[in-house]
Design a protein around this ligand. Structure first.
Ligand code: PAF
Length: 283
């Protein structure tokens, strides 16, 4: 039988609940609107830990004015039901005031150069907000292991770097992207897509597949990126932000070895990102 996780909303209740969870502690941070991708992070955390704590918190500091903070789906009851099926032990769903009790933080984290490119070029304050909330939640929960999805590959690289540079002593585990059967990477923002837009959005995964094929046949970095761009250009509804082949750690352009082919495009008003890891063996 599935056992519902305890759900706590305040730091005080969190502290008490954590006392009841001895052993190795795993953390999965989410903004809610959970899908199978999030649940796979819980399953991954379980492999490494005795207990898994999941946070559900739409973090205002990682949204710029005009982004979708207010519209972001908030579905806590459905999230807890899903986390029951995934065997999470504890859910921390705080208010903004509980995470930021003193208002705007005066001491913040500079996420460094990896945060200035790709997603960071379009969303210049985004990764500082992510690092701030991740660091705060790490301090509140003190996990041994934290699992983040490869879907947000640049976020994962920056969090790894923060943990390394600030000696945070937490093992960061990356979990593979979960895709729908037709290839669309699962994302809470897919909920914004109309049926037509959802079909149009499949161009993102098709572009990555074209890049993968070019890499497998020994094409160089330029050709790999061009193959992906050509597929994206075939869908008039896709407003492309970037297509880039980058180093998995620095997110700077690479021309050989292991690389992340990353892309972002708007379908209608919904901005989607996707990526794949590939090997570039220049021809
Ligand atoms: O990946 C996300 O959903 C968010 O950026 C995270 C890590 C939960 C921080 O708010």
């Amino acid at each position: 039988m599935n056992h519902s996780p305890s759900v706590v909303h305040t730091r005080t209740a969190l502290r008490e609940a954590l006392n009841d969870l001895p052993g190795k502690r795993g953390l999965v941070m989410t903004m809610g609107a959970l899908h199978e991708g999030h649940l796979s992070l819980v399953t991954e955390a379980r492999k490494h830990c005795d207990h898994v704590v999941v946070t559900v918190f739409v973090n205002p500091t990682q949204f710029a004015p005009g982004e979708d903070f207010d519209a972001y789906p908030r579905t806590l009851d459905a999230d807890v039901a899903a986390l029951t099926r995934a065997h999470a032990d504890l859910v921390f769903a705080p208010s903004v005031e509980d995470v930021y009790p003193h208002g705007d933080a005066q001491v913040t984290i500079n996420p460094g150069p990896t945060a200035q490119v790709l997603e960071g070029a379009t969303r210049p304050t985004h990764f500082a907000g992510v690092c701030l909330v991740v660091h705060k939640v790490f301090n509140l929960i003190r996990p041994d292991v934290a699992v983040f999805g490869q879907k947000d590959a640049q976020q994962l690289a920056i969090i790894r770097q923060m943990v390394r540079d600030l000696d945070m002593g937490i093992e960061i585990v990356g979990a593979p992207i979960v895709r729908a059967e037709d290839g669309l990477a699962l994302s809470s923002r897919n909920a914004y897509l109309s049926a037509t837009e959802r079909t149009q959005a499949l161009v993102l995964s098709r572009a990555l597949q074209a890049g993968q094929r070019a890499a497998s046949s020994g094409k160089n970095a330029e050709t790999i990126v061009r193959s992906a761009r050509e597929v994206l250009a075939s869908e008039p509804a896709a407003d492309v932000d970037y297509v880039a082949l980058v180093d998995p750690t620095t997110f700077l352009p690479v021309s050989r070895g292991e690389a992340v082919l990353a892309l972002a495009a708007k379908i209608g008003t919904t901005r989607l990102i996707d990526n794949t890891v590939l090997e570039v063996n220049d021809d």
